[in-house]
Write a protein that binds this ligand. Structure first.
Ligand SMILES: *Cc1c(COP(=O)(O)O)cnc(C)c1O
Length: 368
């Protein structure tokens, strides 16, 4: 089956194999006579789907045993409240603002505690990351929040900060919504990681939360029970009805990821190799062009979200119309940044990036 290449920032393209398997199993999952949508979340069929998904994501991300894996609802934005509700104790927390998403985290935390702006990339219009050595971390902060991949601005941490080396004992909270499973994670530096599924995992509706065990059980009294990490963990993510179908789809993606191989690598390591190659192809092209450009500093360019601009913005509409005709969908940039954005998540093959470059070259020639 030939489908267009879909560069949506999210909800984003999913692997065709995953969609086809879901289609084949839609009305009768594994001889059960039921769609996954029609199953009790407490029945043995769904429990087996859930347990497999959890075990697979633990394996793919090499999550150590002292972290709980939770499947929650509310998306990344709800976590901006759920994290302070669980971790802040109503006190001071540090937030590093590197783009629109961490800006939202900073503002939302103010409803529950005292967020302190430890650093911001605003001066560069979020085209650089403030160096960790320059962050103004607070004494006694309950956590430090960063967004490890800023989906809108296209800025990504290439490694996680070592807070201990920076003189902070606080746990690191990472919003990994838009690059989870695209590269490995150094869990020794992480307290909590969260991400909505709709960028790199599956359909919207489920939020993956990975929490270090010692951070459970400190929620504010006002924290809704369904959002208390300890309650959710104690009930195996089934305190309330979890988003069962989204978890099933996420599980199919995890299985797909486990099958991926690239040279000596497999799983997430294989994806990381492919993502490096895809991003290099696109950034090299942009850097060698006078017709197109990307403004993000080289050391923090996202492998997943690549904003780019035509030198002449009056050609944007023609560019997008031609792209759609060429089978290249959803390339319009976020309204706050303008221009274009190519989101090249795990499900985007390098052929899709090559097709984009071919189109970009052809479009430039028609404009001469
Ligand atoms: C998409 C996104 C969010 C928001 O997710 P919702 O599911 O809409 O709440 C939060 N953070 C990042 C980094 C994102 O890319």
């Amino acid at each position: 089956m030939n489908r267009p290449f879909n560069f949506s920032a999210g909800p984003a393209a999913m692997p065709l194999e995953v969609l086809q398997q879901a289609a084949a199993e839609m009305t009768d999952w594994n001889g059960s006579g039921m769609s996954v949508m029609e199953m009790s979340h407490r029945g043995k069929e769904f429990i087996s789907i859930y347990e497999q998904a959890e075990a697979d994501v633990r394996e793919l991300l090499a999550v150590p045993a002292h972290f709980k894996i939770l499947f929650m609802q509310g998306g990344g934005l709800a976590e901006n409240a759920i994290v302070p509700l669980n971790l802040s104790r109503g006190e001071t927390v540090d937030v590093v603002v590197t783009g629109s998403w961490s800006e939202k985290s900073y503002k939302e935390a103010g409803k529950y505690c005292t967020p302190h702006l430890a650093a911001t990339g605003a001066d560069s219009h979020f085209t650089t990351l403030p160096a960790p050595a320059q962050w103004q971390l607070s004494k006694g902060a309950q956590y430090v929040h960063i967004c490890t991949n800023e989906t809108i601005h296209g800025v990504e941490f290439q490694s996680l900060p070592d807070l201990k080396a920076l003189g902070s004992d606080a746990p690191l909270v990472i919003d990994f919504s838009s690059h989870v499973l695209s590269r490995s994670i150094d869990w020794s530096k992480v307290g909590v990681a969260f991400g909505g599924a709709q960028k790199n995992i599956g359909p919207a509706g489920v939020t993956l939360v990975i929490v270090r065990e010692d951070l459970l059980g400190h929620a504010l009294k006002v924290c809704p029970s369904a959002f208390d990490y300890k309650t959710v963990a104690d009930h195996g993510s089934m305190y309330n009805t979890p988003p069962t179908y989204s978890i099933y789809m996420a599980g199919l993606t995890f299985q797909w990821l486990k099958r991926q191989k690239e040279g000596q690598w497999s799983g997430v390591a294989a994806m990381a190799q492919r993502n490096i190659a895809k991003a290099k192809l696109l950034y090299d092209f942009l850097d060698n062009s006078s017709f197109y450009s990307n403004k993000v500093a080289h050391d923090c360019r996202s492998r997943m979200n690549v904003p780019f601009f035509l030198a002449d913005a009056s050609r944007n509409d023609a560019f997008l119309a031609g792209a759609k005709e060429a089978g290249l969908l959803q390339l319009k940039g976020h309204k706050s940044v303008g221009g274009m954005r190519a989101s090249i998540y795990n499900a985007m093959p390098i052929e899709g990036v090559q097709a984009l470059l071919n189109y970009m070259q052809a479009f430039e020639r028609t404009q001469a």
